[in-house]
Design a protein around this ligand. Structure first.
Ligand SMILES: C[S@@+](CC[C@H](N)C(=O)[O-])C[C@H]1O[C@@H](n2cnc3c(N)ncnc32)[C@H](O)[C@@H]1O
Length: 306
């Protein structure tokens, strides 16, 4: 296409993109630059701009990937696009676990793999980050959605070599955590409890869901977002399963293990802090302490039980 025509097209595309970015010219221009990095074909580009501008298609679904720490996670509707808030706490968690696992390895204190359960895995971003950065871990990752499990497996294939390099492994399984046989299915072959449970479960109420942006509502699976019980039904189920034997009992643990997180769950905001802490500390046998981590926007975001 001649340069003059490109300039004309660019101006038209930017005009079309503007409403999707609150009429912020620099943001609209930046989006166009990213779209152009994906394709230089004007017909395809025009299609992408229309998808973004008129069909509210999230940019990450158009580009097909989203960076998540060291990983480039493949994104596809309707599986939830990994969020920066999750990326942040996962890397904070890795920073805590890594020296601990290296020390255990050095002191020969733990010969069996460190077992992690990633509940509500979606694209696999959390489980795969842990599997590619932590040594000798055995991770089981669960999701109710078939599309999510297929996507997570695709993401695993891309990062397979890094997982092997860590001498770790990860398995994905489609399962409803409310299913009757959930616990046995999650423990898989070993039938032994986990050292750590991590999860970014759905946590918005149906009312909150109604007011979300069309980018989210029209493209992402509602099952990834909405939960009953004021957005805490899945958290409640995870705590119940942990208490019923899915997590190692503290008496079976080495003293050092007690200092590291054993249950890590993302949640929606300050209004959920008190009920979540109460649910976790109801049975004081399993957990000795509970903390809340804030995200970079200074919002209560993750509950950590030790
Ligand atoms: C907020 S998304 C998190 C996805 C991913 N872990 C992330 O952080 O981007 C929640 C996920 O929970 C899954 N989910 C919802 N209800 C579930 C259930 N009952 N059992 C298992 N997974 C469930 C959804 O399919 C969705 O993929």
């Amino acid at each position: 296409m001649p340069r003059r025509l490109w300039r004309y097209q660019d101006a038209r595309w930017i005009r079309q993109l503007l409403p999707a970015y609150d009429n912020d010219m620099s943001l609209a221009k930046r989006q166009l630059t990213w779209l152009k990095e994906k394709t230089q074909n004007p017909k395809i580009l025009d299609h992408h701009v229309r998808d973004r501008a008129f069909r509210h298609k999230p940019l990450q679904y158009i580009l097909g990937t989203q960076p998540f720490g060291e990983l480039d996670i493949v994104t596809r509707p309707p599986t939830l696009i990994p969020r920066w808030e999750t990326e942040e706490w996962v890397h904070r968690l890795i920073d805590i676990l890594l020296p601990h696992l290296l020390l255990l390895k050095k002191n020969n204190k733990k010969t069996a793999p460190f077992r992690i359960l990633d509940l509500c895995t979606g694209s696999g971003c959390i489980g795969l980050s842990l599997a590619t950065q932590l040594p000798s871990c055995h991770i089981v990752a669960i999701d109710i959605s078939k599309e999510a499990i297929l996507l997570a497996q695709e993401n695993y294939k891309i990062n397979h070599a890094q997982v092997l390099q860590q001498n770790s492994m990860i398995e994905f399984k489609q399962l409803d955590i409310f299913a009757q046989n959930a616990m046995e299915t999650m423990m898989l072959r070993d039938q032994s409890p986990f050292d750590l449970i991590v999860s970014n479960p759905p946590y918005v109420t149906m009312d909150e869901y109604q007011s979300l942006d069309p980018d989210v509502k029209e493209w992402e699976d509602p099952r990834a977002l909405v939960a009953n019980e004021q957005g805490m039904a899945i958290h409640q189920r995870i705590i119940e399963l942990a208490n019923n034997g899915l997590l190692l009992r503290s008496s079976q643990q080495e003293e050092e293990d007690r200092k590291i997180p054993r249950l890590v769950m993302e949640f929606g905001g300050t209004h959920q802090v008190k009920p979540l802490k109460q649910m976790i500390m109801k049975d004081k046998i399993l957990f000795k302490d509970v903390q809340v981590w804030k995200d970079l926007a200074d919002k209560d975001r993750v509950v950590i039980a030790m």
